[in-house]
Structures are given as structure tokens and as C-alpha cells.
Design a protein around this ligand. Structure first.
Ligand code: HEM
Length: 179
């Protein structure tokens, strides 16, 4: 049976808007990740090649806040309102009451999705504490004392977010799109 054959009323919680079986918040997070990955690459480009520290700071604080709000709303939705397992039941990659490809995909996703926000929080808190404010911007800006450590953890935070997005999309496809 095609997922499109199932009426919207058959799932608890609010349905999404992308035309899949996913809930509203799952679709919000799916789209948020699609936006955040290019914004993140742009932000790193701004520091690396333009030395625009001030704009990088603004972008990172904004994306950090957006992610925090999205994660909280998403957790509330998944825990209390919509049951993702019921929505995944029509997937050929999901089996009720046993381990399946969907669970493997979710486990791999969580390996990235759990530590990444913690790394983000740490990178942001340390940057706010250690870098001067306002940060001087431009080609002549000096290398900053906290810079080397921030670059290392910053790239780890970026890589973690990109992997969270990719593994999240794979899980989304297997659970809520495949039929
Ligand atoms: C999770 C949030 C953040 C991530 C993922 C991140 C990521 C990065 C990365 C990857 C670089 C290295 C770019 C290069 O190759 O030169 C960098 C540099 C930098 N970031 Fe961030 N950043 C974040 C938050 C912040 C915040 C909140 C501030 C300011 C308070 C900040 C200020 C800087 C500065 C000043 C540099 C240049 C360091 C130097 O080269 O000495 N970053 N960031």
C-alpha cells in the first residue's frame, strides 16, 4: 500500500507539510537542517577568507538559538504528541516489535545528534568567554589566543552538525518516505 493512501487522521499528532508520513515537527527539523548546513559553511567562509569575525559571531549565535528552539519543540512533539513508530509502520524498512533498518539508521543518527548540541554549547560558551567583544574584524585582525582551540572544536562542531543532518535525512527517508 502506498503511504499516500493512508488518511491524515490515522496518525496521532499534527501531520507534516512535505507530503510524507512525518509529523509537523519532523518536517520543521528536516527543513531547518537543510537551511543550517549552507549557512554554517557560509559562516566558516566568512571567518576563514574574509576575517569577518563579527558576522560569524552573529550567525553562530542565531543558528545556535534556532537549533535550541527546534530541538526543544521537536523533543516535546516526539515524546508527548506524535508517535514516530506508528508513522514508520508502513515503511518496508520497519518492523513492529523487532530490530529493523530504521532502528539501525536512528541509532547511527543519534551517535551524532546527541553529542553535537553539547559540542555546540561548549564552543559557543567558550567563544563568548574567551574572545574580546567587540571582535575586531578585517584583514589586519590579529590571531586570537583562543583561536587555535576554537578552530579545532569549531570544525568538529561543523562536522558533527553536517553528519547529524545527513544521518537524519537517511532516517527520515527510510521511516517516512519509503514505501
Ligand atoms: C557552534 C558555534 C561555532 C562554530 C561551529 C564556529 C566555527 C568556527 C570555525 C570552524 C572557525 C575556523 C575558521 C578558519 O579556518 O579560520 C572559527 C573561527 C572563529 N570563530 Fe567561530 N564558531 C562558532 C561560534 C563562534 C562564536 C560565538 C564566536 C564569537 C564569540 C566565534 C568567533 C570566532 C573567531 C574570532 C574565529 C577566528 C579565530 C582565529 O582564527 O583566531 N565563533 N569558528
Amino acid at each position: 500500500m502506498l503511504w499516500a493512501d493512508v488518511s491524515a487522521e490515522s496518525f496521532p499528532g499534527i501531520d507534516g507539510f512535505l507530503g510524507t508520513r512525518a509529523s509537523f515537527m519532523l518536517d520543521v527539523v528536516f527543513l531547518a537542517m537543510l537551511l543550517i548546513v549552507p549557512v554554517l559553511c557560509w559562516s566558516v567562509y566568512l571567518v576563514r577568507y574574509r576575517r569577518n569575525y563579527a558576522l560569524h559571531k552573529k550567525i553562530q549565535l542565531t543558528t545556535g538559538l534556532v537549533l535550541l528552539l527546534a530541538v526543544v519543540a521537536f523533543e516535546v512533539d516526539v515524546r508527548f504528541f506524535s508517535d514516530w513508530e506508528i508513522r514508520a509502520e508502513l515503511s518496508p524498512y520497519y518492523q513492529v516489535d523487532s530490530w529493523s533498518t530504521v532502528w539501525t539508521a536512528l541509532s547511527i543518527h543519534l551517535l551524532f545528534a546527541v553529542p553535537t548540541p553539547l559540542i555546540w554549547a561548549m564552543v559557543i560558551i567558550r567563544a563568548l568567554k574567551q574572545f574580546p567583544s567587540p571582535i575586531s574584524t578585517g584583514k589586519m585582525s590579529p590571531r586570537l589566543a583562543h583561536g587555535a582551540s576554537h578552530r579545532r572544536w569549531g570544525y568538529l562542531a561543523v562536522a558533527g552538525m553536517i553528519m547529524t543532518a545527513i544521518t537524519g535525512w537517511v532516517f527520515y527517508y527510510l521511516a517516512f518516505v519509503a514505501s
